[in-house]
Write a protein that binds this ligand. Sequence first.
Ligand SMILES: *[C@@H]1O[C@H](CO)[C@@H](O)[C@H](O)[C@H]1NC(C)=O
Ligand SMILES: *[C@@H]1O[C@H](CO)[C@@H](O)[C@H](O)[C@H]1NC(C)=O
Length: 197
Amino acid sequence: MISMPPFQLLCTVVGLLLLPLHISSADPDPLQDFCVADLKAPASVNGFPCKPEAEVTSDDFFFDGLSKEGNTTNIFGWSVTAANVLAFPGLNSLGISMNRVDFAAGGLNPPHSHPRATETGVVIEGKLLVGFVTTSNVFHSKVLTSGQMFVVPRGLVHFQLNVGEEKALLFTAFNSHLPGISRPPNNSLCFQPFNSR
Ligand SMILES: *[C@@H]1O[C@H](CO)[C@@H](O)[C@H](O)[C@H]1NC(C)=O
Ligand SMILES: *[C@@H]1O[C@H](CO)[C@@H](O)[C@H](O)[C@H]1NC(C)=O
């Protein structure tokens, strides 16, 4: 490379830059049917190591953690129950997970973002104001009722607020087995309108 004539070197560099870059925007595709997570494995990998197939049972592919209503007795009047790989190891490496979100009347799922997943959701019960802010600082929002859906592009700050008189229930889905969560600090501008609630 070092002994290449300058023009050839330039062509090589430009050629490398033009190579199609594979940017993975969500979890990578699975390499096998399944890989039920061994959450206690001592090794750390990108994801979790697989439980030996001989030890996999039907129960590894079912999860009833979202059947119970969450406890919304807290400052925001809301509760999130996660069905991610940590709670439901059968999701490991499959690039998908869900949450159950319960809201008391007036409850708020405070502004946050998921660095590793786009989120979609469907309102099951109640009336929710759902909103997110783009990187150009544009705010998109809508009030949704039972059966209506939303999408929040990956990494964008978003929230849901129960604007109905009754409690509300929402199920969300993510294109990651562990979407991650990042919350702005409580004293940021984002939180001001809600801290006084
Ligand atoms: C809900 O959470 C509150 C506050 O932590 C607690 O006092 C209450 O006992 C919980 N309710 C239930 C049914 O677990
Ligand atoms: C923000 O407030 C909530 C509720 O009071 C608290 O649980 C959490 O630790 C606070 N987070 C930060 C970053 O201060």
